[in-house]
Design a protein around this ligand. Structure first.
Ligand SMILES: C[S@@+](CC[C@H](N)C(=O)[O-])C[C@H]1O[C@@H](n2cnc3c(N)ncnc32)[C@H](O)[C@@H]1O
Length: 324
């Protein structure tokens, strides 16, 4: 990410409807002491943003304390993250790096912990191979990302994977917390009675179980208030689905590759504790700013009244609310 612009210069250059969150010098000064270094972390401390390497943070945390581990590490691509960059390597070298990282984090889990790992199609198989050796793999989720560079040589990539694994076969999964509210196009009735749908003025709606193909996710872009300049920021709606399905209020969620802090922001909005680690100081400050804003506004775009709505369902949603 280029050096974040001050709010004034950013506003001068960008359109009026651009809601991308940037840091002012005042924000940086104010938030400085909300970012800890790993050596300041006391065992059992929660709700932290830690500036440092994943390994250094893992070494300071209490073993067995993490209920949900979210891993969104750099994929095996050459990419700049602020002042540093990640270099693509062979699949074997990437898998070895990921395995070393995972081993450092495993002692923090307990028997009922869950783990989610983000990856793309190129490294998904390698990530799966590593996870199978250490955890119980439960699902592979694929989410659609509409943004994508067109290619004349191969199919444009418009998806990413998330592996869901657990420490044992005895794990929580709160599926009733992550139902998806859809319009019923072909209402099913039995003996003239509606089956599993709610009759509303916007037509029949139905709460359905979420599958492992997520096509209702919008990657943050400039007109969304959650958008930042982090190059690989994940959507709050996506993180909410993970956190709601695999943790309860009061649980501890760890994300040691936190970037702009999406995991911690959503954890806070949903009443979970969190520990965020990130090696780029500017991103730590951005995460701290987002956490500050989350205290004032706990809305999550696309998740309302305890259900997830399909993408572009604004009109149906509004009509549904007006009739409640
Ligand atoms: C894919 S991004 C995470 C994006 C994040 N999920 C979000 O929503 O903003 C990966 C992040 O890991 C950070 N990173 C890379 N290597 C790291 C390491 N060894 N320890 C901690 N952070 C690291 C990068 O600076 C980058 O911000």
């Amino acid at each position: 990410m280029p050096e974040a612009q001050s709010t004034t210069s950013a506003l001068r250059k960008r359109g009026a409807r651009n809601r991308t969150l940037t840091l002012s010098d005042g924000d940086r000064l104010r938030l400085e002491n909300r970012v800890l270094s790993p050596r300041d972390v006391r065992r059992g401390q929660k709700d932290l943003v830690v500036h440092g390497e994943c390994a250094a943070l893992a070494a300071r945390m209490k073993p067995g304390s993490v209920d949900l581990l979210v891993l969104d590490p750099p994929y095996n691509l050459s990419k700049r993250f602020g002042s540093s960059s990640f270099s693509a390597s062979s699949p074997e070298v990437y898998a070895a790096w990921f395995e070393t990282t995972l081993r450092e984090l495993l002692p923090l889990l307990h028997a009922r912990s869950s783990v989610y790992v983000f990856c793309d199609w190129r490294n998904s198989g390698d990530v799966h191979g590593v996870l199978r050796r250490h955890l119980k793999v439960q699902s592979r989720i694929t989410f659609e990302r509409e943004k994508g560079r067109g290619s004349r040589k191969r199919w444009k990539n418009t998806s990413e994977d998330i592996w869901f694994a657990t420490a044992s076969e005895d794990y929580p999964f709160y599926v009733d917390q992550v139902m998806i509210r859809r319009q019923v196009l072909a209402p099913y009735t039995k003996d003239g009675l509606a089956r599993g749908w709610i009759e509303t003025q916007s037509g029949p709606l139905r709460d359905t179980y979420p599958g492992n193909l997520w096509n209702d996710i919008t990657i943050p872009f400039w007109s969304m208030p959650e958008n930042t300049e982090h190059p690989t920021q994940k959507p709050e709606k996506l993180m909410a689905r993970i956190i709601l399905a695999s943790s309860r209020p009061g649980d501890l969620v760890l994300d040691p590759f936190a970037g702009s802090g999406t995991t911690g922001v959503v954890a806070r909005k949903l009443g979970r504790h969190f520990v965020l680690g990130e090696k780029e100081r500017e991103y730590c400050l951005l995460a701290a700013r987002r956490l500050e804003l989350a205290e004032q506004d706990s809305r999550i775009q696309g998740y309302e009244d305890g259900v997830f709505w399909e993408r572009n369902s604004g009109r149906v949603r509004a009509r549904f609310k007006s009739t409640q």
